[in-house]
Design a protein around this ligand. Structure first.
Ligand code: SAM
Length: 273
């Protein structure tokens, strides 16, 4: 048997072990990128094989938490792809304004940059106070960071540019206080945010949601898991609710292709039929 065949077997066993021991289900993530991430983690966690890593992970929850950082890819930024937020502002917000109360779900919110982005947008549109925002992720360390709303000051310059390109109506610096090398975002932005450890692979729906935003998450899933996530979104949305996936994800090849109508096609912003 070749080395690479062994790696495939070891990888499967590791993912199964994580599921059995910690109930995190990575079994339906797309194979190639998962393998790359685990191999990268091997070096960082000083293991010579995936089997060695598996043994460590099984016996030490802290090692599992470290590995989770590699498996979950927390990469994010504020007003990422500004044209997406501009499109939400111009095409979705006018409909949202017709509801007396709103539920918004940010699925896979990572360390919170996208969440504070959404809160700023909703605030500027006069909607934040009537919103309940669910912010969910499977990575507890990311959720803790998201709750704090403290981001690196040296990224704020590019966030400011993004904010302006996304149709920001105020001065971006109105939303944070700078201290040393950090930007602390206004606590009033997260008054109506409910943070939850929630997996699109194993958990259930949020009912009667008006807008779901889930970007750069399903790209890591295989088609079966993408199908599950889309099913959750479809069931969670209220009548004529909005699903915003961003340019990297699509519903085109799923069984939900006809369950949504495109509102802004290139940015994959849909409305439930
Ligand atoms: C690349 S980040 C995207 C963050 C943000 N949505 C954005 O676009 O800037 C992917 C996030 O998806 C989360 N994630 C991965 N699998 C998940 C699952 N099964 N359920 C919920 N979130 C998941 C990861 O923990 C990570 O925070």
């Amino acid at each position: 048997m070749t080395d690479s065949a062994n790696v495939e077997i070891e990888l499967k066993l590791l993912i199964e072990a994580i599921y059995l021991k910690y109930n995190y289900d990575f079994r339906d993530y797309s194979g190639a990128s998962q393998k790359r991430r685990v191999l990268h983690a091997l070096h960082q966690l000083q293991c010579s094989s995936i089997s060695e890593l598996q043994a460590k992970v099984l016996h030490d929850p802290d090692i599992f938490l470290e590995l989770l950082q590699y498996l979950t890819i927390p990469t994010t930024e504020m007003f990422r792809d500004p044209e997406f937020f501009l499109a939400l502002r111009e095409n979705v917000v006018p409909f949202l304004k017709t509801y007396p109360s709103l539920k918004v779900w940010i699925a896979g919110c990572s360390t919170g940059e996208e969440l504070y982005t959404m809160a700023i947008l909703l605030k500027e549109e006069g909607l934040l106070e009537r919103c309940l925002i669910y912010a969910t992720d499977i990575n507890p360390q990311s959720l803790e960071k998201a709750k704090k709303g403290i981001f690196s000051l040296n990224r704020v310059r590019s966030y400011t540019k993004n904010y302006q390109a996304a149709g920001g109506k105020c001065s971006f610096s109105d939303y944070y206080t700078a201290a040393y090398d950090s930007a602390l975002f206004d606590r009033s932005l997260c008054e109506n945010i409910s943070f939850a450890d929630h997996s699109l692979a194993t958990d259930s729906v949020f009912s009667e949601t008006h807008l779901i935003c889930c970007r750069n998450v399903m790209i890591y899933f295989n088609p079966a898991l993408q199908e599950r996530a889309l099913g959750l979104f479809h069931e969670s949305l209220c009548h004529r609710g909005f699903l915003a996936l961003g340019s990297k994800e699509s519903i085109d090849f799923s069984s939900y292709a006809n369950s949504f109508e495109p509102l802004v096609k290139p940015l994959r912003i849909y409305r439930k039929r």
